[in-house]
Ligand binder design. Structure first.
Ligand code: HEC
Ligand code: HEC
Length: 321
């Protein structure tokens, strides 16, 4: 009996040491590096692409990268990130040679947007990756970043060093991986195919499904429809004051989703944050630049996805922390 206990104690001790050893390794190693994808791409700065890129950057990247005081994409602290992940700053993505992305090649920018891997090989963990965005949308964002727009002209604001927590380092060394480069050209369906185009907007362009499904942890970036509670809401998010704001059910369920809404009501909610349930708060964006075509396509698609019955707080549902 005594030897058995001793062996057990030894086993527990060895396991504890192994865990501590691994945590120490992770703490010292930090966020891992990967071979940076070498892409050779040329993106012409056509006025049409720069204009589309300006709109997409404002709708998708601005909340994280735009300094609202100077109206430049010079980055800031990511205030709505859970403190469990540490202190993270969004980068200066103006054309500054030293503090921005002035020296990055077009291929390096595309690689980062697609996979999350920077030219130095470091995985930009908190920066979302746009693996399912169409080649044209990616190209237009890059064209805008390289354009003569005042918002991206060199700004000498340095990006402070990232301070990822041990937890974020642990995730970066285990489950958080770079996304794969698309194996084939990525094309968006034409806007005339409203539902197919709407699906593209939800999963490829604006990533609505990421916030509006059950939980970030169970989202499936490769097959988004397989994410738990796809578009049924319930993800607890943080606003800039670190208060919880729960995402809402945007499937066609009449009682708990948007099944009873008209397209006009939906348009007012997504463009101006005026939902039939009252004003919407950050981190729900005001997608004020959405075209009528986009609103129509989003609405057609959301009404057609499998309905989920899930009462979120505005329907009287409990806040799940
Ligand atoms: C949820 C917030 C968020 C959104 C949305 C976001 N980013 Fe980022 N981005 C970050 C953070 C945080 C970093 C820094 C990550 C790091 O260094 O680990 C970053 C880094 C970058 C970098 C790398 C810069 C460098 O010097 O390392 C580029 C380029 C970039 N983002 C461009 C974009 C563009 C373009 C968009 C929109 C299509 C976008 N980001 C959307 C948070 C965001
Ligand atoms: C960064 C996370 C995030 C993204 C991305 C996002 N949303 Fe939201 N959305 C929210 C949150 C959080 C709320 C609830 C806000 C509140 O409670 O004030 C919300 C609310 C809504 C509502 C109101 C629903 C109701 O019942 O009142 C609609 C409609 C909506 N979002 C549609 C969209 C669409 C369409 C997209 C993509 C184009 C999108 N959202 C992208 C977080 C997000």
């Amino acid at each position: 009996m005594k030897t058995l206990l001793r062996r057990l104690a030894l086993l527990v001790g060895i396991t504890l040491l192994a865990i501590i050893g691994f945590l120490l390794f992770v703490q010292v190693r930090g966020i891992p590096r990967y071979p940076p994808p070498l892409l050779k791409v040329a993106i012409p700065l056509t006025p049409a692409w720069v204009a589309l890129g300006e709109k997409l950057t404002l709708s998708i990247c601005a909340d994280c990268h735009l300094n609202r005081k100077t109206n430049k994409y010079s980055g800031h602290r990511l205030a709505d990130l859970t403190p469990d992940f540490g202190r993270i700053y969004t980068s200066n993505i103006t054309q500054d040679q030293q503090h921005g992305i002035g020296r990055w090649t077009t291929g390096q920018l595309v690689a980062l947007l697609r996979t999350g891997i920077g030219p130095d090989g470091r995985l930009r963990l908190i920066m979302p990756n746009y693996a399912r965005m169409s080649d044209e949308d990616v190209a237009s964002i890059v064209a805008f970043l390289r354009s003569a727009s005042p918002q991206v002209q060199p700004d000498p604001t340095p990006t402070p060093p990232q301070k990822p927590s041990l937890l974020l380092k642990l995730l970066g060394n285990t489950i958080m991986r770079p996304a794969r480069l698309p194996a084939a050209p990525v094309l968006a369906p034409p806007p005339t195919e409203a539902r197919a185009f709407g699906r593209y907007l939800v999963i490829g362009r604006y990533h609505c499904f990421e916030c509006h499904s059950k939980d970030f942890k169970s989202n499936n970036p490769y097959e988004p429809e397989k994410s738990k509670g796809y578009l049924g809401g319930g993800t607890p998010l943080l606003n800039n004051e670190s208060q919880t704001v729960v995402s809402r059910n945007i499937t066609g369920d009449v009682a708990t989703g948007i099944g009873g809404w008209s397209e006009a009501q939906f348009g007012r909610a997504v463009r101006f944050g005026l939902s039939p349930n009252g004003p919407l708060h950050y981190p729900m964006n005001k997608y004020s630049l959405l075209t009528d075509e986009e609103v129509h396509a989003l609405f057609a698609y959301l009404q057609a996805v499998p309905k989920i019955k899930n009462a979120t707080p505005e329907d009287g549902g409990a806040v799940v922390q």
